[in-house]
Design a binder for this molecule. Structure first.
Ligand SMILES: Cc1cc2nc3c(=O)[nH]c(=O)nc-3n(C[C@H](O)[C@H](O)[C@H](O)COP(=O)(O)OP(=O)(O)OC[C@H]3O[C@@H](n4cnc5c(N)ncnc54)[C@H](O)[C@@H]3O)c2cc1C
Ligand code: FES
Length: 343
């Protein structure tokens, strides 16, 4: 049984089978809709069901509140059509043209960047090249079929291995392995590129890049892409960590700022160690943005990292600091813990 899905803004239509999510149906047919985690944890795929019926599958309570459900909102990554439906959602141009592949890769290098951050480099088979947009992620397919998502930190123009920045979550299925038994020459399998976190290039608005921890990975790809393409929109990069060592590539960010007049770098620590000798900004990283830029009306914001940081930034920037809802783009690094008690 299949149903017709109509996108309210463009009138574009596609078919969704009863047993697939509306997001999966859209992506299968090259229709770009926003998404991040694909499993009901991050809320990037939230859309208003204007007409028709959907069956909303289990999801994290934080991703879709009960009152939003009552008002007709749904998470398209885990909602199946139960009739023809019309939905109001921001469409994403450009991703539908990038082929999504399943590929083997070899770990070429593991570099411990701090006590809990690993830079992992991956070599593709000799005849393969991955086309992707700076900021997108890939998903490792583990032996038991589980998947784990990691943003690509290298930018698309760069030859050589793909780079990932992986933070250790103790007790985590995949990152315990990365920080334990994984070694160079190991073979992994992944699917990608995925996601809709990439620079929108159809505007000249100044850009705020906001990240915490390894959320720096896709931000690095975006900045390197902007430098390579000579995109000179003013950029302010805010990178937050608890301690100085959490900003494991601060030198790279400082170099961008030193070499490019339109790039500014603001490191922010929430709990600096006494021996960090920190004299820079302190507090929550998204609050530093608000202190510097209380009126965000003319900006685009790209936020990535801890779900709580991304949620707070989206809420505060759009509700109290004038950022238009459609000028906020994000990937929240959700994990199994965020889906521990689905509703
Ligand atoms: C779009 C996207 C991009 C991402 N990009 C990156 C990236 O570039 N870098 C990065 O470091 N991460 C990234 N992540 C997060 C990453 O995908 C993994 O979720 C993360 O690395 C943890 O994986 P894991 O298998 O080690 O942990 P998991 O097995 O998922 O466990 C995570 C943590 O939760 C705990 N836990 C597990 N189950 C439960 C439960 N039922 N109740 C309570 N606690 C539980 C575990 O002990 C562990 O501490 C991204 C996520 C998304 C969605
Ligand atoms: S993509 Fe649907 S909740 Fe994350």
């Amino acid at each position: 049984m299949s149903y017709t899905v109509t996108l309210k803004k463009s009138g574009r239509q596609f078919q969704a089978e009863a047993d697939e999510s509306i997001l999966a149906a859209a992506l299968r047919q090259g229709v770009g809709l926003p998404y991040g985690c694909k499993n009901g944890a991050c809320s990037s795929c939230k859309a208003e069901i204007v007409a028709g019926e959907v069956d909303q599958g289990p999801h994290a309570a934080s991703a879709l509140a009960n009152d939003e459900k009552t008002r007709g909102f749904a998470l398209l990554c885990c909602a199946n059509a139960r009739s023809d439906v019309e939905i109001d959602v921001r469409e994403v141009n450009g991703v539908g043209d990038v082929p999504v592949k399943k590929l083997p890769c070899r770990v070429s290098e593991l570099v411990r960047a701090s006590d809990d951050a690993m830079i992992v480099r991956l070599q593709l088979p000799a005849n393969e090249r991955l086309q992707f947009l700076a900021g997108q992620y890939l998903e490792f397919i583990l032996k038991d079929g589980k998947r784990r998502a990691y943003s690509i930190a290298s930018s698309p123009h760069a030859d050589g291995p793909l780079e990932l920045h992986i933070r250790h979550l103790p007790g985590g299925v995949f990152t315990d392995h990365v920080f334990g038994a994984m070694k160079p020459r190991d073979i992994l399998r992944f699917e990608g590129p995925l996601g809709t976190f990439f620079l929108r290039e159809d505007t000249d608005k100044p850009v705020v890049l906001l990240c915490s921890g390894t959320g720096f990975a896709p931000i690095k790809a975006i900045v390197e892409h902007m430098i390579f393409k000579e995109i000179r929109r003013p950029v302010t990069l805010y990178w937050g960590g608890r301690r100085k060592r959490d900003l494991y590539l601060a030198e790279a960010a400082q170099r961008w700022a030193a070499e490019h007049a339109h790039i500014r770098f603001v490191p922010v620590l929430s709990e600096p160690d006494a021996d960090d000798g920190w004299t820079g900004r302190t507090g929550f990283v998204h609050r530093a943005v608000i202190e510097d830029l209380p009126d965000l009306a003319g900006y685009e914001v790209y936020a990535c990292g801890a779900p709580v940081m991304v949620e707070s930034a989206q809420r505060d920037f759009t509700a109290h600091h004038g950022l238009p809802a459609d000028a906020f783009f994000a990937d929240a690094f959700t994990s199994a813990a965020d889906l521990a008690n689905p509703i």
